[in-house]
Write a protein that binds this ligand. Structure first.
Ligand SMILES: Cc1cc2nc3c(=O)[nH]c(=O)nc-3n(C[C@H](O)[C@H](O)[C@H](O)COP(=O)(O)O)c2cc1C
Length: 418
């Protein structure tokens, strides 16, 4: 019987353990987590979601305060179209995070960055261009294009000196999305170096509608592999979403996948950016508490624990400080929902908003407990401690459990001395 370690992912000159830890936005997949994956010979991701906030938290910068000071006059204004990102500062923050991360890298694995197109930042093209280029300047080894079709993203960096050397991947949830991406990127004479096929059980935003349950990862992966064979394209395919054990991963590798992308099992590791009390919420979650809803203003369904503090919260939009989801005309679906509630309840000191959430503020504060569908199984991966809490794992333990386990086994960590 085979295990993940019997396979290797060849990416350019690198021969890697075929385990990639997926990007988890707003510093849930921290530099520490990504660096552990690289040290162990796999691939880790940092994320550039809300990069200025992450920089302030990690490197003592004052990017958010500075932006808020500039736009404070607009806080009570429903029209946020004047709230723009300073591209120079955005570049600075990205460089800072990527350089600090790459400077600490050890081992034969790689560190990539997750770039979500849906972070439209009131100037979608301009900001995405700066984000990707700054990451490349700062030495990132790969960019995973996420949360969007990215039909023009290669074009934004094709004149960068590292365009042909940095690894570039795309996340898709259907053959159709892949076809569109390849068609629109063909002009740049460059294929993606890997394709992440994300199925309906993943965490974060989903590339499906609310009918996600009708779809199945193995089927989509088989379709993508067949399409690539038909087109004589040799691009590594990396399934993601609900791959919970080493045996789940091995089954995909035997089916022809080049590696797997996993995330949920790493949310309860000490290297993960979630606060300790939130990690315990992930451990405690039961199957019926894991829901997919439409409260993300991005328009994509999102999976989360139904006890997430963000659900129903009606805080005032905080775009002057953040504003990562403002579209090209300065609009965000949360602002519309919030203003509707304020107009309907003029006397209320605080309104409730159920249909949308202020994703920036709540992701920043770890109040959207987004997670994969199999989060309810996390409790089976560790020990229950004498105080009733669950033992937090190390990323190394989880990584190696994926790498070596067989027969659907989950290896428990060594229990701490009593
Ligand atoms: C807490 C959490 C946050 C996530 N955030 C992002 C994100 O910011 N961008 C993205 O492309 N995918 C995101 N994902 C999806 C993962 O990168 C990954 O593809 C998927 O969750 C893998 O499935 P699994 O969690 O069942 O292992 C997130 C997943 C989780 C669990």
């Amino acid at each position: 019987m085979k295990c993940v370690d019997d396979f290797r992912l060849q990416l350019g000159k690198s021969e890697l353990v075929p385990i990639m830890i997926g990007g988890m936005g707003v510093d849930i997949s921290t530099a520490d987590l990504a660096l552990e994956a690289a040290r162990l010979g796999g691939i880790g991701h940092i994320s550039d979601a809300m990069i200025k906030t992450v920089a302030d938290r990690r490197y003592n910068t004052k990017f958010v305060k500075e932006k808020l000071a500039l736009y404070k006059y607009n806080v009570l204004n429903a029209d946020k179209s004047s709230v723009k990102f300073d591209l120079g500062r955005l570049e600075e923050a990205t460089r800072l995070h990527v350089e600090a991360t790459m400077g600490r890298k050890r081992g034969s694995g790689l560190v990539f960055i997750n770039c979500m197109e849906k972070l439209t930042m009131n100037a979608p093209k301009e900001t995405l261009r700066v984000r990707m280029r700054a990451a490349m300047d700062a030495g990132i080894e790969g960019i995973t294009l996420a949360a969007g079709l990215h039909l023009g993203s290669f074009g934004l960096i094709e004149d960068h000196p590292r365009f042909r050397d940095v690894k570039l991947g795309i996340i898709v949830s259907s053959v159709r999305a892949l076809q569109l991406f390849l068609k629109k990127s063909a002009r740049t004479q460059r294929l993606p170096d890997y394709i992440v096929v994300e199925g309906p059980l993943a965490g974060g935003h989903l590339g499906f509608g609310m009918d996600w349950a009708k779809y199945d990862l193995a089927t989509i992966v088989a379709e993508v592999l067949q399409y690539l064979r038909d087109e004589h394209l040799d691009i590594p395919v990396i399934p993601a979403g609900g791959i919970f054990t080493g045996s789940d991963a091995t089954a995909f590798l035997e089916q022809g996948a080049a590696a797997v992308q996993v995330a949920t099992r790493f949310t309860v590791t000490s290297e993960c950016g979630l606060p300790d009390d939130v990690k315990q919420e992930y451990f405690k979650a039961t199957e019926d508490e894991i829901i997919v809803n439409e409260i993300s203003p991005t328009g994509y369904p999102m999976r989360m624990i139904n006890r997430s503090p963000a659900i129903g919260d009606g805080i005032r939009p905080n775009c002057e400080a953040y504003g990562y989801l403002l579209d090209a005309s300065g609009k965000c679906a949360y602002i519309t929902a919030y203003n509707r509630e304020v107009a309907a309840h003029p006397e209320a000191r605080k309104v409730k908003v159920w249909d949308k959430t202020c994703l920036c503020t709540h992701m920043r504060n770890f109040e959207v407990w987004t997670c994969g569908q199999l989060t309810y199984r996390l409790k089976d991966t560790t020990n229950r401690l004498s105080d009733g809490s669950y033992q937090v794992l190390s990323a190394e333990h989880v990584f190696q459990d994926y790498q070596f386990s067989k027969d659907q086994k989950l290896s428990l960590p060594e229990a701490p001395a009593a």
